[in-house]
Write a protein that binds this ligand. Sequence first.
Ligand SMILES: [Zn+2]
Length: 339
Amino acid sequence: MLVYSHPDHRLHNPSEPHRFGGVLLPPAETAARADRILSALASLEAVDVVCPPPVDEQDLLLVHEPEYLEFLRTAHDRWRAATGAPADGEAVAYIRPIPGLPGRPPTHVDAQLGIYSSDVDPILEGTWPAALSAAASAVAAAGVVHDGGRVAYAICRPPGHHAAPATFGGYCYLNNTALSAAWLASRGARVAIVDVDTHHGNGTQAVFWSRGDVLTISIHGDPEVHFPFFSGFPEERGDGAGSGANLNLPLPTGSGWPAYRPALEEAVETVGSFGAEFLVVALGVDTHVTDGVLALTDQDYPLLGETLRTGLPTVIIQEGGYGPGVLEAAVPAVLAAFV
Ligand SMILES: [Zn+2]
């Protein structure tokens, strides 16, 4: 199996704590995550880890708005110039527009941080090159299956499935899963995405909401009580040409394999009836019981991998997974089904 990994992911390594549940917590999405996965892959045979070539700007435009890409590229420099912040400062939104109030499109970087983000994630000096490196891995993995490969895996970080066409959030800046699927679709293919991260793939849903050539499916913890709250409900089925091409399968908090398995089987059946030629798996392993939303355990991930092995050429994109030992146990277990 070809595995794409780029060292530039380390340029995005947030260190400022987040306030959550009334206490300050260290950031969960750090550079150590990709390194943990890499060392865990040593347990698998027939795995080739390679660095992808740079991603083409035109490929980013398959998913993201040009103004947003320009913002991500320049935001940290402009923020430092405007505020006098140091090079290792982390730029975070602290103001958003009042809904319904007329106003001008903002030009100040602090205001634009509030327009182009959906939560309190930071932009660091190295966020842009790190996000580009993850996107490069995702697009390179799509190229492998397009050229006849059976499977390819991209260790993307920062992750991507909460990034929308013009917003970052949920640790995500460029939507790697969507970029991989959009790249395959731009070659005329029908593509299905199955997002098994424990959080709704809201950015991916936003990217393909009105498109009928890319099926988006997400299995996740009930968004009534879990991030990202505002979407991920069953009645969200897509719009226009995309009507019926979005499927959300939320599960109650604490669901284990007995509840998870039927949802995953429904997802795989829907991929089949859609007539997909390629499958893109958004592989979050924060479904693990230690990550606190759903309750899969170590022995469930080989079954998850087997169920996702549909026979279609498959791109596997790394999304979430944080708790101690979770990435090390779950990621190789899923990949082993494809090796
Ligand atoms: Zn997640």
